[in-house]
Design a binder for this molecule. Structure first.
Ligand code: PLP
Length: 266
C-alpha cells in the first residue's frame, strides 16, 4: 500500500538518491559524527524477498563507490524491517529461514564481487515478531443486513484500537470465538463503533453464523494496533491481557473516564 511503502523516491522518509553524495561527504567530514555504515527501510508487510535483493545490490554498489571516493569502508549494513506476515488465508509470506538465507547470500556474494569486507548485518523486524502474537477480542453488537448488498457486523471496538483498514486497506481474518469450531456460513463486513463510515475492521470476511452478544476474535492484531490506538469519540482504550500456558495476566487495565480527563486543567 502507498502508505506503508517508504523506499521510493516520492516519500517523506529517507534521503533521495541525488543527496546521498553530499550526505556521506558531510557526515564523514563532521568531527562530531562517527559514520558506521548504511541503512535502508523499504516499507512494511513486504511479501517478497526480491525488493531486498535489489536494495542490497544498490546499497553495496554505493558502499563500493564510497570506498573508492573516500577510502571509507562500511562496517554496518541495516536492511530495516518490513518482513511480511500471514494475515489472511490467501497470503503466503516466505518463511523466516528463506529471508535469512537469501539476504545473507546476496550480501556475501555482492561484497565478494565488489571486494568489500562483510559488514555487520542489522535487521529491524517489528511486525514479523509481534503481529501474530496478538488477538483482539470484540463483543458483537448490531447486525445490519442490506439484502443483496452487505451484512454489517458491528463490534464494540474499531478504528480506535485498530486503524489498519482505514489507513492501509489492511486485511485480517476473524473467528466467532465462542463457537470456534463452527464452519463459516457467509461473508460479512466487520464494522466498528466509531462515528465514521470508514470505521471498518475487516471488509468482507468468511464467518460462522454470528449473533449479537458473540465474541469475535480478530487474528494478527499484535502489531500496529496498540501503538496506533486513540481515544477518538472520547472512547476508552481496551485492556491488554497476556496469555501463556492457559494462564491469563492483565498487563494494562481498561481505561476509565477519569483517565480521559486526567490532563484537563480547568
Ligand atoms: C526504520 C524502520 N525500521 C523498522 C521498522 C519496522 O517495520 P516492520 O514492522 O514492517 O518490520 C520501521 C517501521 O516503521 C521503521 O520505520
Amino acid at each position: 500500500h502507498e502508505y506503508n511503502t517508504t523506499g521510493i523516491t516520492d516519500s517523506k522518509f529517507g534521503l533521495t538518491r541525488t543527496t546521498w553524495d553530499e550526505a556521506v561527504a558531510t557526515a564523514l567530514a563532521a568531527p562530531n559524527l562517527n559514520v558506521d555504515g548504511l541503512h535502508f527501510h523499504l516499507g512494511s508487510q513486504i511479501l517478497e524477498i526480491d525488493p531486498y535483493r535489489k536494495a542490497i545490490e544498490v546499497m553495496l554498489s554505493y558502499a563500493a563507490e564510497i570506498k573508492q571516493q573516500h577510502g571509507f569502508e562500511i562496517k554496518i549494513l541495516s536492511i530495516g524491517g518490513g518482513f511480511g506476515v500471514r494475515y489472511t488465508m490467501d497470503e503466503d509470506p516466505p518463511p523466516i529461514a528463506a529471508w535469512a538465507e537469501i539476504i545473507s547470500d546476496e550480501i556475501t556474494r555482492r561484497c565478494h564481487d565488489l571486494k568489500l569486507s562483510l559488514p555487520r548485518l542489522i535487521i529491524e523486524p517489528g511486525r514479523a515478531i509481534v503481529a501474530r502474537a496478538g488477538t483482539a477480542l470484540y463483543r458483537v453488537g448490531v447486525i445490519k443486513d442490506i439484502p443483496g448488498i452487505r451484512r454489517y457486523v458491528c463490534v464494540d471496538g474499531g478504528m480506535g484500537d485498530n486503524i489498519r483498514y482505514p489507513m492501509y486497506g489492511a486485511r485480517q481474518e476473524a473467528l466467532v470465538a465462542n463457537r470456534a469450531a463452527a464452519n463459516a456460513t457467509g461473508r460479512v463486513t466487520v464494522a466498528g463503533k466509531y462515528c465514521e463510515s470508514g470505521d471498518i475492521l475487516i471488509k468482507e470476511v468468511e464467518l460462522a453464523d454470528v449473533k449479537t452478544g458473540d465474541i469475535l476474535a480478530v487474528a494478527g492484531s499484535g502489531a500496529y494496533c496498540i501503538p496506533m490506538q486513540s481515544n477518538y469519540n472520547a472512547s476508552r482504550r481496551p485492556p491488554i491481557v497476556f496469555v501463556r500456558d492457559g494462564k491469563a495476566r492483565l498487563v494494562r487495565r481498561r481505561e476509565t473516564l477519569e483517565d480521559l480527563t486526567r490532563c484537563d486543567t480547568a
